[in-house]
Design a protein around this ligand. Structure first.
Ligand code: ATP
Length: 308
């Protein structure tokens, strides 16, 4: 059996008094797409940079394609593609030149012209990096990470600042990479992205893994825990609505104007909620019965308060 694409055990990284990564464990199989999620400052970039060999850990072990990313970095470099957060290139270099330069370092690169075309960058191939838009710079960085036909790619927020049309392009490209057996570890703040692409989702907070699994396992509910959600004007009396429902049901205003009813959802419960709203002169909009989405699970696990 082949070694995992990435195997991290008890990883610790400190910046002075701050512990950014605090005993993180993660295993990613070859050919999988893993989405590393977490609030700002959770330790995602630090973890990825350690895997890339750019930072040294203070404790624990990291193996990338079976190798130590620092001491065996030279062996790994031709096999691994890297897209750092915010991308980056020489400001004066033209987009096409940049990609050709990176391709020249690889033994068997993809055709840079083809990759520029796939990522919608052909029209700006002659534009200096500093004159590209933020989303174009992101796509060029992604192209640079992929042009060497890596076995494994680390992508730190690959679609940050990318418009919805280009995001779909990037998603198609990532799905195609996965079908070709390339292992992909990415970070994202877009739960929809993780849900659409990932085989495995790992949620970190405070430098530790707090949940992991497939998107469907993370969002699954047992029948008794299905939820009813609706939108209405903020500030409805949730205690009064709970009292109108049979015992054991709870109503919560999860964020202003968004209501969540927990308990076994039956036709009677839906009818009670809508008629109670009608009595208040309120229209229950966007009524939805079913599974939570990944964003809801993420907020439940990491809390709704803003991180510094
Ligand atoms: N070079 C550094 N020096 C000191 N502290 C740092 C450094 N880099 C990161 N940190 C701190 O370490 C913690 C983890 O940061 P990291 O960038 O890994 O988080 P992240 O999950 O990638 O966040 P984001 O989602 O905002 O990109 C944060 O508290 C951050 O302020």
């Amino acid at each position: 059996m082949s070694t995992p694409a990435v195997e991290i055990t008890g990883l610790i990284k400190r910046y002075g008094p701050k512990t950014a990564v605090d005993g993180l464990d993660l295993k990613m199989e070859r050919g999988h797409l893993l989405a590393l999620l977490g609030p700002n400052g959770a330790g995602k970039t630090t973890t990825i940079e350690i895997c890339e060999g750019f930072r040294r850990p203070d404790g624990g072990s990291v193996r990338v394609l079976g190798h130590d990313p620092v001491s065996e970095g030279a062996a790994l470099r031709p096999r691994v593609g890297v897209m750092p957060q915010g991308g980056g290139a020489y400001p004066g270099v033209h987009a096409g030149e940049m990609l050709t330069l990176v391709a020249a370092c690889a033994a068997n690169p993809l055709d840079p012209a083809w990759l520029l075309d796939v990522l919608g960058l052909a029209p700006v191939a002659g534009t200096p990096f500093k004159r590209l838009s933020g989303g174009q710079q992101q796509r060029l960085s992604l192209a640079c990470a992929l042009v060497g036909r890596p076995e494994l790619v680390f992508l730190d927020e690959p679609t940050a600042g990318v418009d919805p049309q280009a995001r779909r392009l990037v998603w198609e490209l990532l799905a195609a990479l996965r079908s070709d057996g390339v292992s992909v570890l990415l970070t994202t703040h877009l739960m929809e992205e993780a849900e659409a692409l990932a085989d495995q989702v790992v949620i970190v907070d405070g430098g530790r893994v707090i949940a992991e699994g497939t998107p469907s396992a993370l969002t699954a509910e047992d029948g008794d825990a299905a939820q009813l959600r609706f939108k209405a004007r903020p500030g409805l009396d949730t205690e009064l609505l709970s009292a109108a429902l049979p015992e054991g049901y709870e109503v919560d205003e999860s964020s202003p104007g968004y209501y969540l009813v927990t308990g076994r959802v039956s036709p009677q419960v839906v009818s009670t909620v809508t008629s109670w709203c009608a009595q208040q002169g309120v229209l229950a909009e966007e009524l939805h019965v079913g599974r939570r989405d990944l964003e809801e699970v993420f907020l439940e696990l990491t809390g709704r308060n803003l991180r510094s």
